[in-house]
Design a protein around this ligand. Structure first.
Ligand SMILES: O=C(O)[C@@H](CO)OP(=O)(O)O
Length: 233
């Protein structure tokens, strides 16, 4: 299986991170900025012309607004539906942030998120319900467990030649990459891999015929679809 991880485009929170009042202005479930939408469009345009991206067989996304908005142009270009993956959200889940006492915040429902991405398929486990936002304590073991679950879910649906794409988040991608590459565990906020907005990471899991699997990192943090003035972190 080929796993293509994509970080969402620049969100309003990513933009605000340069502001000293960031923690006060932080939104629980921020939308993309105009620049973030441009990044997502560039990725879709790139995908239409790139041999590897045109092989994408499945599109999955976290149920945050910024991830679903990033999925929309890519899905349209590739003519694929987008499947919501409950556990692919950012570490910590949706909450009001430090200024709001980290109060849990509910996620959106299917109808509302379909306004961002009409081809969004709702996860069966949430049938008739909105996403609960996944608010969780900041504990390394939770993120590792979620990353392992997400990869198990994706591997269960994938055949060897499939290219499975998941739109996810900077911190959670660190756990996914560590798990899929078999790296030692990381702790806290330290980043192992730079993962810019709409950057991609391509990891291949290839059975070697002797009962084990080769893990091949083809690339991490690729932003070939963006001019340098569109690269943000
Ligand atoms: O939650 C966030 O704001 C950041 C944390 O680094 O992650 P992402 O922008 O990838 O969602």
């Amino acid at each position: 299986m080929h796993l293509l991880l994509i970080r969402h485009g620049q969100s309003q929170n990513n933009y605000l991170e340069q502001d000293p009042d960031y923690l006060k202005g932080r939104l629980p479930d921020p939308p993309l900025t105009e620049l973030g939408r441009q990044q997502a469009s560039r990725l879709a345009e790139w995908a239409a012309c790139d041999e590897f991206y045109r092989r994408i067989t499945h599109l999955y996304t976290s149920l945050t607004t910024r991830a679903v908005q990033t999925a929309a142009p890519l899905a349209q270009t590739l003519g694929l539906s987008v499947h919501g993956l409950v556990q692919a959200y950012e570490c910590g889940g949706l909450n009001s942030g430090p200024a709001g006492g980290f109060t849990p915040v509910l996620g959106r429902d299917h109808t509302s998120l379909q306004m961002e991405c009409p081809v969004l398929q709702w996860p069966e486990e949430l049938e008739g319900k909105a996403w609960d936002g996944g608010c969780e304590a900041w504990e390394d073991r939770r993120f590792k467990e979620r990353a392992a679950n997400v990869l198990t879910q994706l591997q269960a649906i994938a055949s060897e030649a499939d290219v499975i794409t998941l739109i996810t988040h900077q911190d959670f991608a660190q756990y996914l990459l560590a798990h899929v590459l078999g790296l030692p565990s990381r702790r806290g906020h330290a980043l192992t891999f730079l993962f810019n907005n709409t950057a991609t990471a391509h990891i291949e899991l290839r059975a070697n015929g002797k009962g084990s699997v080769h893990r091949i990192a083809h690339w991490i943090n690729r932003t070939s679809h963006l001019n340098s003035d569109l690269i943000t972190h």
